[in-house]
Design a protein around this ligand. Structure first.
Ligand code: AMP
Ligand code: MG
Length: 327
């Protein structure tokens, strides 16, 4: 079958920057997951992002800049400004997104028509080099077809978007593997909208009033949470450490397993990944979902982890994957 676009892979940052400035889409690695970049000030580039991903038009994009100085040029005056600035100064560059009032320099299309925008400063050296070369804000959702797990490798990007985007800027895998922590700083009280590798405990040291949004409210305040997310094609089944069995009707030969404890020898899963820590589990999860699909698994069994530190973000992604994929 012929594809609509030939997807090229480059390691040349200048080539990738030129493509972005010309209004093209470029996928690039970050420390969380791979991003699908587009010049944030160019509505036609933004339209290409939604088209390539098949992303619902009500799901806003996160805008990326190289450093705190560049971020502050997008800051208006509003009551939550001090909190947003303090969070960036404490945790950026890194896996943190602050939601702020959208400045007039960023088109409404970037944030799905909202008056607010998510802003992030990635730390990955390739993302940093690209943003410095572009020297303009780059909107970048995860580089996958909408609804699928975010890619954490170049091959994961190609598996999802080959033929749909012109260019991938290659680089090493990021160290985290789950999407950024999102904090809404537009209201009176900073509010966690999505858990990630910047933990609630650390955020509260900088903004002690931080609230964690209740599940129902998250739907209203963080549009992306309304949509199907993070799910492989196979069904996802969560198990506790004490009871790591299969659900009725499932067979080991067509089931994959990921967790912190190893399955016993009597359990012949078709694919097994035992992780050394919750951080390692978070790093491996999305790539393992892809491998499970490639192996033709009908079921992915995931061991639950304690909801602390990265465990909060990991359990959030696992529950979403299980919810949408389970009958
Ligand atoms: P992705 O880039 O695919 O990881 O998705 C970005 C997610 O960040 C969205 O789906 C939203 O849930 C959240 N987000 C981005 N911008 C905003 C915003 N302006 N207000 C609230 N949530 C946002
Ligand atoms: Mg995404």
């Amino acid at each position: 079958m012929t594809s609509a676009t030939d997807t090229e892979v480059t390691t040349d940052v200048a080539t990738a920057a030129r493509a972005l400035l010309a209004g093209e889409l470029v996928a690039f690695p970050t420390e969380t997951v791979w991003g699908l970049g587009a010049l944030a000030t160019d509505p036609s580039a933004i339209a290409k992002t939604y088209a390539a991903k098949g992303r619902p038009r009500d799901n806003p994009l996160i805008v990326h800049v190289a450093d705190v100085g560049a971020a502050l040029t997008l800051f208006l005056e509003w009551p939550g400004r001090a909190a947003a600035e303090a969070i960036l100064r404490a945790f950026a560059p890194g896996p943190i997104t602050v939601v702020i009032p959208r400045p007039p320099s960023l088109p409404a299309d970037v944030s799905a028509g909202l008056e607010t925008v998510g802003l992030r400063i990635p730390s990955h050296h390739v993302a940093q080099a690209l943003l410095r070369a572009v020297n303009a804000p780059v909107a970048a959702p995860s580089a996958n077809v909408s609804g699928r797990p975010s890619p954490t490798t170049r091959d994961g990007v190609l598996a999802s978007l080959e033929g749909k985007i012109p260019l991938v800027l290659d680089g090493p895998r990021g160290e985290i593997g789950l999407e950024s922590t999102v904090v809404d700083c537009t209201g009176d009280v900073p509010t966690l909208l999505r858990a990630g590798a910047v933990f609630v405990e650390a955020l509260r040291e900088v903004v002690p009033t931080l609230e964690v949004v209740a599940d129902g409210e998250a739907l209203a305040r963080s549009p992306g949470t309304r949509h199907r997310h993070y799910a492989p094609t196979c069904r996802v089944h969560l198990v506790s450490s004490e009871a790591r069995g299969l659900p009725p009707g499932a067979r080991y030969e067509t089931s994959a397993y990921i967790g912190l404890s190893s399955p016993s020898k009597e359990e012949p899963f078709c694919l097994v990944r035992v992780c050394a820590s919750a951080e390692h589990y978070a790093h491996e999860l999305f790539e393992f979902m892809r491998h499970a699909d490639d192996a033709g698994a009908a079921l992915l069994v995931c061991e639950e982890v304690p909801v602390a530190g990265i465990g909060l973000a990991l359990m959030d992604r696992l529950r979403r994957a299980a919810d949408v994929a389970s009958p």
